[in-house]
Structures are given as C-alpha cells and as structure tokens.
Design a protein around this ligand. Structure first.
Ligand SMILES: CC(C)(COP(=O)(O)OP(=O)(O)OC[C@H]1O[C@@H](n2cnc3c(N)ncnc32)[C@H](O)[C@@H]1OP(=O)(O)O)[C@@H](O)C(=O)NCCC(=O)NCCS
Length: 342
C-alpha cells in the first residue's frame, strides 16, 4: 500500500520514480583469509574493524564499463524498458576505463543506449547519489524522459595490494537504476541534499595519474598511483557528515527517521553504518547491509545493495527509503524517496 505523506514541497506533483534496478559483480571472490596471505592482516581483524568477509575482484580484462553495462542491461530488463528509450546516461565512477573518453560512452555502446547523452560523474563514493540528483533535475525540467544512472567501480585497479590499511576495504561491482516521471502511484524522489568540502581532499586521494602529476616510472615505483587514506579521519568525517545530511534530507521530505522503512547506505564500514544508524535512531534491522560479501564498491555500493533488497522482497511499494553516502572530496549526500515503479 502507498502510504500518505506529509510533504508540502510543490515539486511533489512532478514525481520521479525508479522504474528499474539492476547490478553486476565479478565472479571471482577474494576472501579475508586469502588477503591474509598477501599482507599482514587477519580475517578476525578485518571482520571486527570493518564487517567485511569477502569482496569481488574483476578479471584483468573485465573493465568498469563491462560491469556498468551489465548492471544497465539488468536494469533495462527489470524495468521492462527498451535501450532506445534512455535519453541520458550518467556513469558515476572514479575508476574510468580511460581518462578520455568518458566511461559512459563505452557503456552506451555496450548496453545499446544509442539515444542517450552520456557523461561521467566523479564524486567517488557519493557518485551514485550525486548522479541521481542530476538525473532527477533533468527529468523535472523535461530535459530528459528516461535516465540510466549507473554506479560502477573497479577499485581493485586503484588499490595498492601491499597496503593493508586500504586493500582490505574495497571490492569491484556495479549497480544501475532507471529514472522516469511517475504516474502518481508513489511519491518517488521526495528530497535530497548534497554537499562537498574540498578542504578534506587529502584525507582520501590518489596523488598521481592526473594532469597535476602525470605517471612517471619514479612515482609508479613509489606507489603514487594508488589510493591513500587517513582511515580514522575519514571514519569520523563519514559518521558526522552522513548522519547530518540524512537528517537534512529527511527534514526537507517532511519525514522522521521512524518512518523510514529502509536505510540503504554507502557500504563503507559496518562500524560507520552502525554509528550513523544509531545517530539517526534507525534500528539495524532496517539497514540494508551487504558489505560482508562485497566490501566497499564505491559508486556501485548503493545501487548494488538496492537491487538486492528490491529483488529479495525486503523493499516494498510504498516504503520510504533513505540513501546516504560519503566519499572522497569530501563529498556527501542523501536522498529520500518513496519506493514504487509508477
Ligand atoms: C581503515 C579502518 C578500518 C581502520 O580502522 P581503525 O580502527 O581506525 O584502525 P587504525 O587505523 O586506528 O589502526 C589500528 C591499528 O591497526 C593496524 N591496521 C590497519 N589496517 C590493518 C589491517 N588490514 N590488518 C591488521 N592491522 C591493521 C594499524 O596499522 C594500526 O596499528 P598500530 O596501532 O600499531 O599503528 C577505519 O579507519 C575505517 O574504516 N575508516 C574509513 C574507511 C572508509 O570507509 N573509507 C572509504 C570512505 S567512503
């Protein structure tokens, strides 16, 4: 049943819904025990500190665009949508196949989205909610009718596999949603809040490989092409930012956290998610968590978790859903929606 809502926002008449959802992960599983054979760590340490047991790792010829296209095709099938209907494709990723062109252009070709305008969104772990927000605006203004938003990352290509402080956290994967104007059966997207703070850029970044520091044999030897992170600083910033932005988006939507059926957060670390849920007053039974099997798949994590929770029947029509993410930049954001495909 569709629940009544308290929202007074005038744009609620223009409803934008998620009409299809899909995901794709690589087949290869890398367990904590296998990692413990590569760096000085243990299954017990990783599970206790992060909640992660295993993650998926793409094959050497399996690219970000391959996973993204797989997720996009699954979303088309799930949403009973023809590829030709998609007029905008946004791929959120920080592991693009190439620096140029955008990974979205490869995905367009692989998924047959021949009528789509294509671009990438670089907002790291917040990439999916940022891209969702842009897609929402395109539909509201009438500039696009059906938008494919994909979050996809091949983090295994950006990780220093000798750095135990980062290599245990991430995995590869992709998720996708189709957005379109709703028919009024659900409220669809109700509110969102997005923020950035460039003063936090250095706490989670990759130093080399961009135009500021092109790759050279020297900086490759020093490992500057890989992710570096101040883990505990990121941890605290993530907890504070995710809970604040979620509260802001809930207030805009006119909902209290007790009305949220499912919190679908970016899968950073189980301890981060527990702390955020606690601050919001949402019990862990209402949090969609899949990081024990996939780790942190960056832009892929929210749509991957969403796809699983929709398809196993946890998320039902009429449910109020809260997405919340935090990532490099720093970037963070939250989206509140009422689930329903029409
Ligand atoms: C990375 C993270 C799990 C580390 O957990 P933590 O409790 O903060 O641990 P610390 O960084 O304080 O390190 C504690 C000790 O464990 C060690 N350690 C770090 N990684 C380890 C590993 N994989 N295995 C074993 N020991 C490890 C550290 O070297 C440190 O040892 P020391 O005390 O001798 O110096 C945690 O900070 C985190 O999740 N941060 C956020 C990461 C994240 O989500 N990033 C993406 C944002 S979208």
């Amino acid at each position: 049943m569709i629940k009544s809502h308290k929202m007074t926002n005038p744009i609620s008449q223009n409803r934008v819904v998620i009409s299809g959802v899909g995901s794709r992960v690589p087949e290869k599983i890398l367990t904590n025990d296998e990692l413990a054979g590569m760096v000085d760590t243990s299954d017990e340490w990783i599970k206790t500190r992060t909640g992660i047991s295993e993650r998926r790792i793409a094959g050497s010829h399996e690219t970000t665009s391959d996973m993204a296209a797989g997720a996009a095709l699954a979303a088309l099938e799930n949403g009973k949508t023809d590829a030709s209907e998609i007029d905008l494709l946004i791929v959120a990723t920080i592991s693009p196949d190439t620096a140029m062109p955008a990974t979205a252009c490869y995905v367009q070709e692989k998924a047959g989205l021949k009528n789509a305008m294509c671009f990438d969104m670089a907002a790291a772990c917040s990439g999916f909610v940022y891209a969702l927000d842009i897609a929402y605006q395109y539909i509201l203004t009438g500039a696009a009718k059906k938008v494919m938003v994909v979050g996809a990352d091949k983090m295994s290509a950006l990780i220093n596999w000798q750095d135990r402080t980062t290599c245990v956290l991430f995995g590869d994967g992709a998720g996708a949603v189709i957005l379109e104007q709703g028919k009024g059966k659900s409220l669809g997207i109700m509110a969102s809040s997005m923020k950035s703070d460039g003063s936090q850029a250095s706490i989670l970044h990759i130093e080399a490989g961009g135009a500021a520091m092109p790759l050279t044999p020297e900086n490759i030897t020093e490992g500057k092409q890989y992710i570096t992170m101040e883990g505990s600083v990121v941890f605290k910033s993530a907890v504070r930012s995710m809970s604040e932005i979620a509260e802001e988006a809930l207030a805009k939507a006119g909902l209290s956290s007790s009305e949220i059926a499912w919190l679908v957060p970016h899968q950073a670390n189980k301890r981060i998610l527990t702390a955020v849920a606690e601050k919001l007053g949402i019990s862990m039974e209402r949090v969609v968590i899949n990081l024990e099997k996939y780790g942190n798949t960056t832009a892929g994590s929210i749509p991957l978790a969403l796809d699983q929770a929709v398809n196993d029947g946890r998320i039902k029509d009429g449910d109020y859903i809260l997405f919340v993410a935090f990532g490099a930049g720093a970037t963070w954001g939250a989206t509140v929606l009422q689930w329903g495909r029409e």
